[in-house]
Design a protein around this ligand. Structure first.
Ligand SMILES: Cc1cc2nc3c(=O)[nH]c(=O)nc-3n(C[C@H](O)[C@H](O)[C@H](O)COP(=O)(O)OP(=O)(O)OC[C@H]3O[C@@H](n4cnc5c(N)ncnc54)[C@H](O)[C@@H]3O)c2cc1C
Length: 363
């Protein structure tokens, strides 16, 4: 078994797998160490919206970063299919952000000031979504905020990275990192391995490595619950969104209803209260939903930082340790651009200064 790599990535969620893919594309010898199975934690809980406009209200720095990541998916769609034979299920149709009253319309003003976002009157919305509630006064329509199937994207990144030479260790929990002269040694449940560079990308569990590497940064878990429903009679082509709640259609006709926001909760299991609240809000948006059948329900932990922006950058005292974590509600959206940014740090390429500053670990 190979023992030494150019780069070891800790964590095989969508962020770790995207990083491995972009490094392997540059012929960098990279290995991913995943404590359980690839994509099995927060990544598998996500709805898969690529909400660059609907989620990112900082138009100067965060939106251009998110938008660049969103656009990367249109190239990845074919690229990853060719390498991995996995379809990431890119679904067009966009997002309708509903307004039930004038105050909510006012809150959509900055979103509506963007050239790609349009205001729709209720009659226009009903033409696109016949079953929509009649209680709304309109909606902001964002055609560019498409969606993907998160587990498929993660597996496609992982398989494509493997095709390009990356090594994947599953059921390999990294316990600690030691610096030995110019290399790093990791102790994992699969044994000891060394690398010239380490990337910490293990989602909300990165907190323990911040501590181990002398940093005070903390990530707090924000639990999210979802359920999936289906019906032969009700079809939906567009995502409907209202106040953190949404109904996202999949290519196979299933609808994902999400998601709760439970602060500081480490238990991933969904509760009756959480699922009940999702059903209530979804029924308000699409009253005909009541006859749909439940397929499954689940929970996951979003890694939240102090300012809800991710940490993507170097350890302040060590140029060979990198962090790519804290993607909170938008890890699926931000995975491609995060992978490219870590690749560029490692290859010492130029990165937009405002992104380096905004996402640096010691901010
Ligand atoms: C309900 C819900 C809905 C969401 N919807 C969306 C959405 O629509 N769009 C969007 O963009 N984002 C969404 N998100 C957010 C998104 O899921 C996360 O931001 C993203 O998955 C984070 O990816 P990650 O790779 O950092 O973390 P994870 O997917 O959690 O991966 C981290 C991995 O590290 C592994 N690990 C942990 N410790 C160790 C260790 N010591 N050694 C080795 N491996 C380790 C874990 O097993 C895990 O597989 C949603 C999240 C939730 C919970």
């Amino acid at each position: 078994m190979k023992q030494h790599f150019d780069v070891i990535v800790i964590g095989g969620g969508i962020i770790g797998c995207s990083i491995a893919y972009y490094l392997a594309k540059e012929k960098i010898d990279v290995a991913v160490f995943e404590a359980q199975t690839i994509g099995s934690k927060s990544t598998s809980a996500a709805a898969g919206m690529l909400g660059a406009h609907s989620e990112c209200n900082d138009s100067k720095i965060f939106l251009p970063f998110a938008r660049s990541s969103q656009l990367a998916y249109f190239e990845l769609n074919e690229e990853l299919k060719r390498l991995s034979h996995i379809d990431i299920e890119l679904k067009t149709g966009g997002i309708f952000k509903l307004a039930y009253n004038d105050d909510e319309k006012i809150q959509l003003a900055s979103l509506l000031s963007q050239s790609t976002v349009k205001w729709y009157e209720p009659t226009e919305i009903q033409r696109k979504i016949p079953n929509i509630t009649t209680d709304i006064i309109g909606a902001a329509y964002i055609e560019d905020d498409v969606s993907v199937l998160p587990t498929s994207v993660c597996m496609a990144f992982c398989k494509s990275a493997q095709v390009l030479g990356a090594t994947i260790h599953e059921n390999a929990c990294v316990l600690d990192i030691q610096k030995i002269e110019n290399t790093f040694m990791i102790h994992s449940t699969n044994g000891k391995f060394t690398a010239d560079n380490i990337v910490i990308a293990n989602g909300v569990w990165s907190t323990s490595f911040f501590k181990q590497l002398g940093l005070n940064n903390r990530l707090t878990p924000v639990k999210g619950e979802c359920l999936s429903v289906t019906s032969e009679h009700l079809t939906l082509e567009h995502t409907i969104f209202h106040d953190h709640n949404y109904i996202v259609p999949r290519n196979n006709g299933k609808l994902v209803i999400g998601a709760t926001m439970v602060q500081n909760e480490w238990n991933e299991k969904p509760t009756l209260l959480g699922i009940e609240s999702l059903i209530e809000t979804a029924k308000k948006m699409l009253p005909d939903m009541t006859k749909m059948t439940i397929e499954s329900f689940w929970g996951g932990l979003r890694p939240q930082t102090i300012d809800q922006k991710p940490y993507i950058g170097k350890h302040p005292d060590n140029d060979n340790i990198f962090f790519a974590t804290g993607h909170f509600r938008n890890g699926i959206l931000l995975a491609p651009e995060t992978g490219k940014m870590i690749r560029d740090f490692i290859l010492k390429r130029k990165i937009r200064t405002e992104w380096v500053e905004a996402f640096k670990v010691n901010r």
